[in-house]
Each structure stands twice: as structure tokens, then as C-alpha cells.
Ligand binder design. Structure first.
Ligand SMILES: NC(=O)c1ccc[n+]([C@@H]2O[C@H](COP(=O)([O-])OP(=O)(O)OC[C@H]3O[C@@H](n4cnc5c(N)ncnc54)[C@H](OP(=O)(O)O)[C@@H]3O)[C@@H](O)[C@H]2O)c1
Length: 246
């Protein structure tokens, strides 16, 4: 079924307890979707976000899921289907952004970035696609990062994982067409990464041609747009204040 209105649909957002994922979950809920979201460690934030979604008049579900585990990914998708009997959209938002000089990246660091940022979205996409292909369709939106398209010196394993996620976006869009659409949103600086100095963050944001950071809601609106538009697949919307055209 093509999604042109989100009212009455069921959406699953990974990493939705706080920050950008929360803004996406709330934006989808504000459009009338029932929203399930996963979290890993942010239990209290997840409860709060669930309450905020329900306050918008739609059902919510928070599910603990470590997406390095295929069984937990499958379990999260099955929990949504058990609860609401349908699944129309998936947002692969959960991610890590490890930073390390090239020579200090360990094999374990490398694997963790790929497991969470690429394999997790793959497992989620495969799990929801099995249901969507058998039940008329759906849509997937993946959250990328500038490092997917511009090389960096200190986010190499992160950048490679997001570049792979971009190729997963286009490949799964092709593999799952015409029934399931898959697109991506590439945000610029929206929220300061945890642990970063304010000054480093400001410098990064002001290097954008639009000279300011964006807001989580900027990316969330792009996600909503891609969920609704049923003639777009295999594409990305860049919401980055122009950073990638520098
Ligand atoms: N923030 C920005 O300015 C920005 C810029 C460019 C791109 N993006 C992209 O936008 C998305 C959201 O960004 P963000 O800054 O809000 O992300 P974030 O806070 O770094 O991480 C999002 C969530 O991922 C979850 N997570 C981490 N490891 C996990 C695992 N093994 N299994 C399941 N969940 C796991 C965490 O859940 P818990 O907290 O529950 O542990 C966390 O809340 C990411 O894909 C990011 O790459 C963000």
C-alpha cells in the first residue's frame, strides 16, 4: 500500500528515546501514526518519549533492542506486529559515531561501527521487508551522515559504515521495488555529539554555508516527507545547511 497519509499507519523508529530519533518519532506521531521505537540504555528517556507520543493521541510502544543482535532485531519487529498487526514504515536512526585516529582503530572498533550502523539497519530492513512484501508494501528511511559522502581523518570507520548504509539504501530500494520504498536523510550538524566541547561544535556548525546548526525537527520533517511520497525511492535528502557543497 503506498503511504500518502500517515494517519492510522504504524511506524518503527530505532534509537527513538531521545535526540534526533525522538524528534522523528514525535513528528510521525503528530501525523497520526502509531509509533514504536527502540532504545538501548536510555530507559527513563524512553518512558518519557512514550508519554509524549501518547499525549499526541496515538499509541506508542518502547522496545529495548540491541541491534547488534539479529534475534533482538527480529524480536522488536515481531513485538510491533503482535501489538498492532501491521507495519508501514521503518526509520533506521540508531547509530554510534566513534572517533579515532586512523592508526588507532582496532578490529573490534571497526566491527562495532559496522554492526550497529550498517548491519543493524540491514537486519531491520530485511525483517520489516519480509512482512511488507507479503502485505502490500511500506517504506524505510535511513539516517546517514556527512561522512558517508565526504572523507574524514578521524571518523573513518564511522564514515565507511554510513557510506555502506547509503549503498544499502539504494540496493534495497532496487531489490524491494516496487513494493517497498527505501530512502535516506543526510543531516548536517543538528545536536552536539555527547562529549564534544561547545567550541568545536560551533566551529563545525558555522562552517556550513548557512552558518548555523540545524534542529532535529529539520531532519524529522524530511523523514515524514519521504514516508509519504510514494514516487521516490533510492534517494537521499540532504539537510545540512549546505555543508556538503563546500
Ligand atoms: N546529531 C546530529 O547532529 C547528527 C548529524 C548527522 C547525522 N546524524 C545521524 O542521525 C541519527 C541520530 O543522531 P543522534 O545524534 O540523535 O544519535 P545518537 O544520540 O548518537 O544515537 C542514537 C541512538 O542510538 C542508540 N544506539 C546506540 N547503540 C545501539 C545499539 N547497539 N542498538 C540499538 N540502539 C543503539 C542509542 O540508544 P540509547 O540512548 O537508548 O542507548 C542512541 O540513543 C544517527 O544515525 C546519526 O548518524 C546526526
Amino acid at each position: 500500500m503506498p503511504i500518502t497519509s500517515l494517519k492510522g499507519t504504524v511506524m518503527l523508529v530505532t534509537g527513538g528515546a531521545h535526540r534526533v530519533g525522538k524528534a522523528i518519532a514525535l513528528a510521525l506521531a503528530a501525523e497520526g501514526a502509531a509509533v514504536a521505537f527502540t532504545y538501548l540504555t536510555s530507559t527513563e528517556a524512553a518512558r518519557q518519549t512514550r508519554r509524549e507520543i501518547e499525549a499526541l493521541g496515538v499509541p506508542a510502544l518502547h522496545l529495548r533492542c540491541d541491534q547488534t543482535s539479529p534475534a533482538q532485531v527480529q524480536g522488536a519487529v515481531e513485538a510491533v506486529l503482535r501489538e498492532w498487526g501491521r507495519l508501514d514504515g521503518l526509520v533506521n536512526n540508531a547509530s554510534i559515531m566513534p572517533e579515532a585516529p586512523f592508526l588507532e582503530i582496532t578490529p573490534e572498533d571497526w566491527d562495532l561501527a559496522q554492526d550497529i550502523n550498517t548491519r543493524g539497519p540491514f537486519l531491520f530492513t530485511q525483517a520489516v521487508a519480509r512482512w511488507m512484501l507479503a502485505h502490500g508494501g511500506g517504506a524505510v528511511v535511513n539516517l546517514l551522515d556527512e561522512s558517508a559522502v565526504r572523507p574524514t581523518r578521524v571518523f573513518v570507520h564511522h564514515g565507511v559504515s554510513k557510506a555502506a548504509l547509503w549503498m544499502l539504501t539504494r540496493s534495497s530500494a532496487l531489490a524491494l521495488a516496487p513494493t517497498v520504498r527505501v530512502n535516506a536523510v543526510l543531516p548536517g550538524p543538528l545536536l552536539k555529539p555527547q562529549g564534544w566541547e561547545e567550541e568545536r561544535w560551533q566551529r563545525l556548525a558555522e562552517a556550513a554555508p548557512l552558518k548555523k546548526p540545524g534542529q532535529p525537527e529539520d531532519a524529522a520533517r524530511a523523514v515524514v516527507y519521504l514516508m509519504r511520497e510514494d514516487y521516490i525511492t533510492g534517494q537521499m535528502i540532504v539537510v545540512d545547511g549546505g555543508r556538503t557543497i563546500r
